[in-house]
Design a protein around this ligand. Structure first.
Ligand SMILES: [Zn+2]
Length: 406
């Protein structure tokens, strides 16, 4: 059957509730598709998402247009012929109207000031973007565009829509010419912008509220511009104020002093890191002697092993590497909290520690690896880590190195 749904949102984009008759119910994969004789529900089209709301109290999951018919996706099996009340979520709708009208205004301003055409528009739940066919965009130009767009907001110009036949279109300074040959809906911002558009719009530019560009980036050979209008701009301003306030509390300085304070903090941190590095080196040097005096004699030379608890995992490899600078030395060290294991040997032992890779990786499920004289592993389980440490230790002590591959 064919039926064209009467689009109430074109007549009155502020209409919130309406009564209608069900002309068809289609079973769909995700519920039922309800077609009404008329509707205030806007279907997803032209970069604007569909409306949300209820049909006779039942939530509408999705709204789309198919061959002139608007399909409302619901979970409830309505009956054909039923008279129902529809109610759209007017907060979401008004948000879409603010962003969409703001987009027309912004696109026209980019065209007027920078000769940049809008070739894409996306209205998301969080982000609103337009894609421009220009190669780059400076902060100065962004601010110029913002200033003029907001000026037009303050002038509170009327926004109206009307239909034009293809032959009448040449009389309008349209941003983009449509490809269709049928009657076209024009949305006009009084004496400023004329666009072919099927979206819902506010009735005057003042209702758009503040237009704020948030960021811009290179996108597919052009520029993508992120912006917010009206209530979204207010929410964004609020969010940023909270952020600034909490950060300035954290650093106990006024908002204006934050950049200086953070710069200072960065430098302080750098110099502290340098001091820590020097102290660490000195500590390791002193510790080296103590460990060497505890070395155990084995057939390859000497073995130094240790299992640490809660020790800085940056220090352990430093210490181990320092120790294997000694001739004929093997080092095995582990750290309980991080479940990390390090193994190293001096070149003159002639050993290849990669023979231990299979034991750690396969038998004890560790991740890691290395080279002939240096290996390190991280374990998932504490018990595996302990067992691996003991097995490696006993193999080194009993000269069972390389036997796995023999
Ligand atoms: Zn539009």
């Amino acid at each position: 059957m064919s039926h064209t749904t009467e689009k109430l949102f074109f007549v009155d984009p502020y209409l919130r509730t309406f009564e209608a008759h069900i002309v068809e119910v289609q079973p769909l994969a995700q519920g039922f598709g309800v077609i009404l004789d008329k509707t205030a529900f806007y279907p997803e089209a032209g970069g604007q998402p569909c409306d949300q709301g209820k049909l006779q109290g039942h939530p509408v999951r999705q709204v789309f247009e198919e061959n002139g018919m608007i399909v409302h996706v619901v979970e409830n099996p309505f009956q054909k012929g039923e008279k129902i009340t529809g109610e759209i979520d007017c907060e979401i709708r008004f948000d879409h109207m603010q962003q969409h009208s703001g987009q027309h205004l912004l696109s026209q301003t980019f065209l007027r000031l920078l000769n940049a055409e809008t070739i894409g528009f996306h209205l998301g739940k969080e982000e609103v973007t337009i894609d421009l066919n220009i190669l780059n965009l400076s902060l100065e130009n962004v601010e110029k565009v913002e200033n003029q767009a907001n000026q037009v907001v303050w002038e509170n110009r009327a926004i109206r829509s009307y239909e034009k036949s293809p032959s009448e279109l040449n009389t309008l300074p349209l941003r983009k010419l449509p490809e269709l040959s049928e009657t076209i809906r024009i949305v006009e911002i009084e004496d400023y912008d004329w666009s072919c558009c099927c979206g819902t719009h506010v009735q005057s530019t003042g209702e758009i509220g503040l237009i704020k560009i948030l960021k811009w980036e290179k996108y597919k050979g052009g520029m993508r511009v992120y912006f917010v209008c009206g209530n979204r701009a207010l929410r964004d301003y609020r969010k940023k104020m909270h952020l600034l306030k909490s950060t300035s509390l954290l650093f106990t300085v006024g908002e204006e002093e934050l950049p200086t304070r953070l710069e200072q903090w960065k430098n302080e941190r750098k110099s502290l890191e340098k001091k820590l590095e020097t102290t660490r080196k000195r500590l390791i040097e002193a510790e080296k002697e103590a460990w060497l005096s505890k070395a155990k004699t084995i057939p390859y030379g000497q073995l130094i092993f240790a299992l640490f608890e809660n020790r800085d995992i940056e220090e352990i490899p430093l210490l181990a590497r320092k120790l294997i600078q000694q001739s004929k030395t093997i080092v095995l060290m582990g750290e309980n909290t991080s479940k990390k294991l390090w193994m190293g040997c001096s070149n003159d032992t002639g050993l290849d520690l990669r023979h231990f890779q299979n034991i750690c990786a396969e038998k004890y499920q560790a991740k890691g690896g290395g080279g002939p004289c240096w290996m390190q592993w991280t374990f998932d389980h504490g018990e595996m880590f302990q067992k691996a440490f003991q097995e490696l230790l006993s193999r080194v002590e009993s000269m069972e190195i390389g036997k796995e591959n023999a």
